[in-house]
Design a protein around this ligand. Structure first.
Ligand code: 4AZ
Length: 510
């Protein structure tokens, strides 16, 4: 974490201003984008500027660093021999035409065409067999089997790997409205609370990807939606114990109570709000109870966020090199690194990495599953994953937290740090003076364009959170940036809203 305001006199001196020879000082009085200055002249170590996602593993600090000599790059043209020997026309006689060879050519062409037709026929037959051409419904992803629309989310598994019944419920908006996918309207519909109960609620939570024992209750809110756009309980509530929640709910015409189900699958996003406003050293536990320190051999490497007692969300680049779950220990509920030195952390059973691209930093998110669940206390609590339909837009206030470096290339922090920053819209962040088109949908920019406050090495994987409807929501995971706290180079975070489906799929699967 890098916050120039606070660290000027601290023992960890913040050297966020040390780049003045290349950049104008931060906190320029004007707002918006800051003029681009000439950068990277002569011999420069590009990596020292462009910190792409390096966990702060002590023995290999910044392993992604590569030294590029920009000055000496001379394009080399391949030596092509342009000397041609020309044969005079008079010496060139056309070959005699043989009838036999013409016939041979014809036969070859015919055989080739027939072979191609046969291959095309076999491919077409295979595609037809696996339902590519013939599927009027939906394709099971894993096995290409075609399932009719009416079989999707009907409570009966039709796809061999079960994806037709896998993601049939979701939560919508900051008040957790339950929605079910309707195979009739082929749309997501709200759920009428008539006949609803805790058992159905728990089943729906399990369907979403939460364990049964984190279920925190349901409530109802009055509906203004027309009753034919909600899911209602089937008239004949089946006594079949094997029937699933999906098959209880059908597209209804009446919702007598005119109330809808809102569902809490986990008690998330609550903290002890005794933050010292404007401060950066976190002074009490329980203010950011979802923040964890991910360690290898008792050294802090990355941050992470508790999303359930079993699951930690972090950055994919943190686990790219260290992908063995046995290397890692998770420390939850601590403020200082020294407290953790003698504490017992939690071991990790599984690491699931998204489709991370280390050249573009696309999809920089991963999940760690713990061997045993974290015991929830006021200092160890989950943050809320955003629900569908929640859009966090610039310049929304957010907080970042972590034990990362206090200045660019500086050392990590002994005590947990926090900083207040704002979301920056993607267009601005893609401006040529900022990240010039490098920011994709899987990323969110946040920070201060003036510089001075930012995340830094070792904060990676940690939370970017915002408060909405009295709860704290995980907007992003710390991913990358050029340097730390540089002007026009804000922090870049994994876009958690973008990864929701993937996150729930993994929590269901493992
Ligand atoms: C890193 O290397 C890193 N200023 C994290 C965040 C930022 C830069 C680098 C954003 O882990």
């Amino acid at each position: 974490m890098n916050n120039n305001t606070m660290y000027a006199n601290a023992s960890h001196v913040n050297h966020g201003f040390q780049h003045e020879e290349r950049r104008p000082p931060p906190y320029a009085p004007s707002s918006g984008l800051y003029p681009a200055l000439p950068q990277y002249h002569g011999h420069q170590n590009v990596a020292s500027q462009y910190q792409i996602a390096s966990p702060s593993y002590p023995s290999e600090r910044y392993p992604t660093a590569q030294t590029q000599n920009l000055h000496h790059y001379t394009p080399q043209t391949a030596s092509v021999n342009t000397h041609h020997t020309t044969t005079p026309a008079s010496h060139y006689s056309s070959p005699p035409v043989h009838k036999g060879s013409k016939k041979k050519t014809c036969t070859c062409i015919t055989i080739a065409i027939i072979t191609l037709l046969i291959i095309a026929g076999v491919i077409a037959a295979l595609l037809w067999y696996f339902g590519v051409f013939s599927c009027n419904g939906r394709q099971c992803k894993a096995d290409n089997i075609c399932v009719s629309h009416s079989q999707w989310c009907d409570g009966v598994q039709d796809c061999p790997s079960g994806e037709d019944e896998a993601q049939c419920f979701r939560l919508y908006g900051s008040n957790f409205l339950l929605q079910k996918y309707s195979n009739e309207s082929r749309n997501w519909e709200l759920v009428c609370s008539d006949g609803w109960n805790d058992e159905l609620a728990k089943q729906a939570c399990e369907q979403i990807g939460y364990p049964r024992n984190t279920y925190a209750g349901y409530s109802v809110i009055s509906s203004r939606a027309s009753s034919n756009s909600v899911m209602v309980m089937a008239d004949s509530l089946s006594s079949n114990p094997n029937i699933t929640t999906q098959s209880f709910l059908t597209k209804g015409t009446t919702c007598a109570s005119n109330t809808l189900v809102t569902l809490k699958c986990i008690d998330c996003g609550k903290n002890i709000g005794s933050r010292i406003v404007g401060g950066t050293t976190v002074t009490s536990k329980g203010v950011w109870p979802w923040q964890v320190s991910l360690q290898i051999s008792r050294n802090h490497v990355c941050g992470g966020s508790i999303i359930t007692p079993y699951w930690i969300l972090t950055a994919a680049h943190c686990v790219e090199k260290y992908s063995n779950p046995r290397q890692w220990t998770v420390f939850a509920g601590y403020l200082t690194q020294s407290e953790m030195k003698y504490a017992t952390g939690n071991s990790v059973s599984q690491i699931v990495k998204n489709n991370f691209d280390s050249t573009t930093n696309e999809n920089d998110v991963a999940l760690m599953k713990l061997n045993s669940p974290l015991r929830m206390t006021s200092n160890v609590r989950p943050v809320c994953l955003p629900n569908v339909g929640m859009y966090f837009s610039a310049p929304r206030n957010c907080y970042i937290t972590g034990w990362g470096a206090l200045s660019f290339q500086g050392s990590g922090s002994e005590t947990l740090q926090e900083a207040k920053i704002q979301l920056i819209d993607r267009t601005t962040c893609n401006n040529y003076q900022v990240y010039n088109g490098l920011i994709t949908n899987t990323m969110i920019c946040a920070g201060k364009l003036a510089g001075g406050v930012d995340s830094c090495q070792g904060d990676s994987g940690g939370p970017l959170v915002t408060q909405e409807n009295s709860l704290w929501w995980l907007v992003g995971d710390t991913s990358w940036g050029e340097g730390c706290a540089f002007r026009n180079k804000p922090g870049v975070y994994g876009n958690v809203t973008y990864f929701l489906d993937w996150i729930y799929q993994q929590m269901q699967k493992y």
